[in-house]
Design a protein around this ligand. Structure first.
Ligand SMILES: [Zn+2]
Length: 293
């Protein structure tokens, strides 16, 4: 779209304002916008929580840490505990706060492939669908049954007991049914697509069915090119098929608009944090002006 930054922010606000419902789809770019680059690089957060692991094993970013072949479960769980603890400990920050302020008076739903638990910090559970799992939960590694276990207490206990990049053997979590190890409930070879998984999708589907004939805005935030089938392609298809749907993608690199949606959407190729911050500033100015009239 050929208009300047301020015009783009104004257009975004107009579309949020006139929407009856807003469906947000968020992926890795949201975490980067929040200032967290620790998934792929050794930033200051990586250094604080995972620096010892990075130096010992020679990997960069927590993502590589999840896939490193540890020799023992004690070493693997020490890393997992530190990485999950980091996720739970990092503040969600102004990006999430601004998004919340933009949406709080609207009917909205957020679907996310992020597993970092940042959305659930600020947004109510019934308005967030975590369709790729969530580090707040553990599952049986096999999985032998359809039950999830809250990870918080287990992870905290492991984290405070890490010595030399390993945890005591007795803290390794096991499945109460089959005795195998538990595993974080996130997308991977053994990801449990059970009741909780279906519920995450059901929440999203209910929202879509309730709003499909209304003015629904699909707002895509930080979705990359790697896995378009989870958020981007459904957003495009629904925008195309539903008469009053509109699509906006905010992403500094990967925003794309298919030519079929030229009349029903636009992209903002800017930093998500900056766009949301400006949108909130503008919204407050508008509210101030309206108050004076
Ligand atoms: Zn089991």
């Amino acid at each position: 779209m050929k208009c300047n930054f301020n015009e783009q922010v104004n257009l975004l606000l107009e579309h949020i304002d006139k929407a009856d419902a807003v469906c947000v789809g968020a992926a890795a770019g949201m975490s980067v916008a929040a200032g967290y680059d620790c998934a792929y690089h050794n930033d200051k957060y990586f250094e604080k929580y995972l620096g010892e692991f990075g130096r010992k094993y020679g990997f960069e970013g927590s993502f590589n840490g999840y896939y490193y072949r540890y020799q023992t479960s004690e070493e693997r769980w020490a890393f997992l505990a530190a990485a999950i603890y980091m996720n739970m400990d990092l503040p969600d920050g102004p990006v999430y706060e601004n998004l919340f302020d933009l949406l709080k008076e609207k009917t909205y739903f957020i679907v996310t492939t992020n597993q970092d638990t940042l959305f659930s910090r600020r947004f109510p559970e019934n308005r967030v669908g975590t369709i790729q799992g969530d580090f707040r939960w553990l599952q049986c590694i096999r999985p032998c049954h359809d039950e999830l276990f809250e990870s918080k207490k287990l992870i905290e206990e492991m984290y405070v007991n890490i010595r030399d990049c390993r945890i005591p053997t007795e803290l390794i979590p096991h499945c109460p049914k089959c005795g195998r190890e538990l595993e974080p409930w996130v997308r991977g070879f053994t990801f449990l697509e059970g009741e909780k998984y279906r519920e995450e999708y059901n929440k999203w589907n209910r929202f879509l069915m309730e709003n499909k004939d209304k003015n629904i805005l699909f707002l895509e935030l930080g979705v990359g090119r790697m896995t378009p089938m989870f958020i981007r392609e459904p957003f495009w298809n629904m925008t195309y098929s539903w008469p009053k749907a509109f699509y906006i993608a905010i992403n500094p690199q990967d925003a794309l608009l298919p030519k079929e949606l030229k009349e029903k959407g636009f992209t903002i190729k800017e930093d998500i944090a900056g766009v949301l911050e400006n949108a909130i500033k503008r919204k407050k100015e508008q509210a101030g002006k309206a108050g004076m009239e």
